[in-house]
Design a protein around this ligand. Structure first.
Ligand code: RIB
Length: 316
């Protein structure tokens, strides 16, 4: 029997997250007591891979961990989700990526990342992956510019659409990625890339228009957290309000959104439906602590949407 699932290649980061729950994040020079800590598997690329697998996609992951205990645990976690990790490297020279995440009771977080081995992915590791074909490639900015540009070139040659989740916040030369299908930053990432403020849906429309000009992406989708998402397509904008949920931890909500969007877009070819679905996937990720443990399955998303009939006029 042939596997009808969409095939996704993710070239991205994998981190161990040190998650601290705090009453509030400390200010400069302040020393506060937190209420708990745990090590939880994360990294934008790995989170996107796990989200995609739980939503039913057939996922191949290219990335690097260190040759250390965190690395083994991170790869094992991806394998448990049925993600192909055969092309992953355990880097002898660099430690696994580490993120320190402080989560406040509101679910808001602050994240600081040490990329470690994520920045050492090499061209030949990616080339091996491109011996196969995929329905889409997902990347983020937690890996080197050189590799992002290289992957975009290989995908373009093979006619494979690329979805670029533009996190974390940093400058990036979008001309390295001509022909993007989807460019999807959050508010602060959109501001950094566009040079425009992006704190509400109106500003997001302007930032999205600027990003579409700079990148020439088919779709610019700006994630606005608890507000929802703005789409810019062919010179027109649309706003998709978020679902209301009880927030525990916003970590990986954007990663969940990106994989939700990719999966529904590949299934239907309808970007509006894809964003509505992505809003649901992202909302569910906010209701649980941690990155990968928070990512919902397709069944959970379907059950959630069954109770949200009137949220959009045409939920699709
Ligand atoms: O997007 C959330 C992720 O950002 C975390 O899991 C952390 O590892 C950082 O990469």
């Amino acid at each position: 029997m042939s596997d009808q699932r969409c095939r996704i290649l993710i070239v991205g980061s994998v981190n161990m997250d040190l998650v601290l729950q705090v009453e509030r994040v400390p200010g400069t020079g302040e020393n506060l007591i937190g209420s708990s800590y745990s090590y939880i598997s994360g990294g934008k690329g790995a989170n996107q891979a796990v989200a995609a697998a739980r939503l039913g996609m057939d996922v191949t992951f290219v990335g690097r961990t260190g040759n250390d205990a965190h690395g083994q645990k991170l790869i094992h976690g991806l394998n448990r989700e049925g993600i192909s990790t055969e092309l992953m490297i355990q880097d002898p020279d660099n430690p696994s990526g580490l993120a320190v995440i402080m989560v406040e009771p509101s679910g808001q977080n602050r994240i600081l990342v040490y990329p470690g081995s994520n920045m050492a992915i090499r061209e030949e590791e990616v080339e091996r992956a491109f011996k196969h074909t995929y329905d889409a490639v997902i990347m983020n900015l937690e890996i080197s510019d050189r590799i992002i540009g290289f992957v975009c070139g290989l995908a373009k040659n093979k006619g494979i659409p690329v979805v670029l989740d533009a996190g974390p916040v940093r400058t990036f030369d979008l001309s390295l990625c001509p022909g993007l299908k989807v460019l999807s930053p959050n508010e602060s990432e959109a501001a950094a890339l566009s040079g425009l403020p992006c704190t509400n849906p109106d500003e997001a429309v302007k930032a999205a228009a600027r990003l579409a000009d700079i990148s020439n992406a088919g779709y610019v989708v700006i994630k606005l957290g608890a507000e929802g998402a703005v789409l810019w397509r062919n010179g027109k904008s649309a706003f998709f309000p978020a679902y209301t949920v009880e927030a525990v931890d916003a970590t990986a909500a954007g990663d969940a959104f990106t994989s939700g969007l990719t999966s529904k877009y590949l299934e239907t070819g309808d970007m509006d439906r894809a964003i509505r679905y992505a809003n649901a996937v992202g909302a569910l990720a906010v209701t649980r602590l941690g990155a990968q443990p928070s990512l919902p399955s397709a069944a959970e998303v379907a059950a959630f949407l069954e109770h949200q009939d009137n949220h959009y006029d045409n939920t699709g």
